[in-house]
Design a protein around this ligand. Structure first.
Ligand SMILES: [Cu+2]
Length: 428
């Protein structure tokens, strides 16, 4: 998995070697040493001034952040001025310690892992534990990425509480982590959404309690500076605050979160790929994923006639998702995942908006068996991995869709309807 890094390193060394040998062949070093021996104090001062001048020219315009970052030439206008790149010591550390990171065989959260509907109506203190963990896993076969996660998966586990519950949330930062982490839940009312109370260094653990004031489906994410860097390493998930009035029960619920990965070397670059801060700033992700990686085999399966609800989130950080299922119409959408008394519910929606740091809830009944592809309908993103498959088992539904001309049976049925009254009502 280090082939990409090793070949680059060997290539650079070979080029340096050729330059060095060419200079020896041209007698450059002999000439240089001869010259240097003749240098007096004044010449040394001139050389030193030139070197300092060159240094200032190259680096003098840079803002050295408190934590010197890699690459060193990126400016930032965030409140804390931290650049959207990696602390240089951590980046170097990574090269030496990444072999000790846990290798996760499947980084993608299982879309079937939705906590069961809450049936109680009384409020409780709900205890939740999450662990920030930096791991290595595949974006697609052979493409290894350093993911920063909650519980070793992207998105982190879906959480479910009842409106009015008090949540006692403990965040632990795994001792193998190189970075500080925390959690900001959009369901929390209060500064930072919990971020200030949960800052944990590697090996640390912190707990905070909060009241789930409003129902809805909310994103949670790491909000450690630089926030966009942490999010685009995979640190986000969803929490459902179930309305006290309850939720209609359905046959199957799924959990999907869109996210972005910014890596060097372009799409398809094999081996361990490195983070690309410039692509993050430009908002041009190398991969756009549904549940952390490019799907390898369908994991969402239902039966014809099933009522389906999908909790969709967008970890961002740059793209608005146009969530759509090819061949299906959402007969119910909670736009922007707004819930509770007075919030709008839409009917018969083809594509719904899922904002970065936002969510949506869609419902539909599957009437026709087959394969359905979930996409971000900014369709070039399919090439970057933004899709997943919903498989529907069951007998065919020729009354809704079939190959070829219309059956005479169906024609007869349509013709036997009371055409007169239909035309009459249609003319008004
Ligand atoms: Cu983090």
């Amino acid at each position: 998995m280090y082939t990409y890094l090793i070949t680059q390193l060997i290539g650079t060394l070979l080029i340096l070697l050729v330059i060095l040998l060419t200079l020896i062949k041209l007698g450059f070093w002999k000439w240089l040493f001869k010259k240097i021996r003749k240098f007096n104090l004044w010449t040394w001062l001139l050389v030193l001034t030139a070197v300092v001048g060159l240094f200032l020219l190259l680096l003098g315009n840079q803002k050295f952040a408190l934590h010197f970052a890699m690459p060193p030439n990126m400016h930032s206008h965030t409140p804390d001025k931290n650049p959207p790149s990696l602390p240089i010591l951590n980046a170097i550390d990574f090269l030496f310690t990444s072999k000790d990171f846990e290798k996760v065989s499947d980084i993608g959260a299982d879309p079937n892992d939705v906590p069961a509907q809450i049936t109680r109506t009384n409020n409780e203190v709900v205890k939740i534990s999450l662990a920030a963990k930096e791991v290595i896993s595949e974006i697609a076969p052979g493409i290894y990425n350093n993911y920063w996660t909650f519980n070793g998966q992207t998105p982190g586990p879906m959480l479910r509480v009842l409106e009015g519950d008090v949540i006692e949330l403990t965040l632990t930062n795994d001792k193998t982590s190189l970075h500080e982490h925390n959690i900001d839940l959009h369901a929390v009312t209060g500064p930072g959404g919990g971020a200030e109370l949960t800052k944990v260094k590697p090996g640390e653990s912190k707990t905070f309690s909060w009241k789930a004031m409003a129902p809805g489906l909310y994103i949670y994410h790491c909000a450690t500076s630089n926030v966009s860097v942490h999010n685009s390493h995979g640190q986000y998930g969803l929490i459902l605050v179930q309305p006290k009035s309850g939720l209609e029960s359905v046959d199957k619920e799924f959990y999907i979160a869109q996210g972005e990965l910014y890596t060097q070397g372009g799409i398809g670059q094999k081996g361990l790929v490195l983070f690309d801060p410039q692509a993050l700033l430009d908002g041009n992700p190398t991969y756009v994923t549904f549940n952390g990686k490019v799907e390898q085999s369908p994991r969402m399966k239902v039966k014809k006639g099933d009522r389906v609800r999908i909790y969709v989130g967008n970890g961002g950080v740059n793209l608005v998702s146009s969530f759509h299922i090819i061949g299906e119409i959402f007969d119910k959408v909670y736009p922007e995942a707004a819930m509770g008394e007075g919030s709008a519910v839409l009917k018969n929606v083809q594509t719904t908006t899922v904002l970065p740091g936002g969510a949506s809830i869609v419902e539909f009944t599957v009437d026709v068996p087959g394969k359905y592809i979930l996409v971000d309908h900014a369709l070039a993103r399919m090439n970057k991995g933004a899709w997943a498959v919903l498989q529907v088992e069951g007998d065919s539904s020729p009354d809704i869709i079939k190959e070829g001309a219309t059956d005479s049976e169906i024609l007869n049925e349509l013709n036997s309807m009371d055409m007169g009254s239909m035309m009459h009502s249609g003319s008004h």
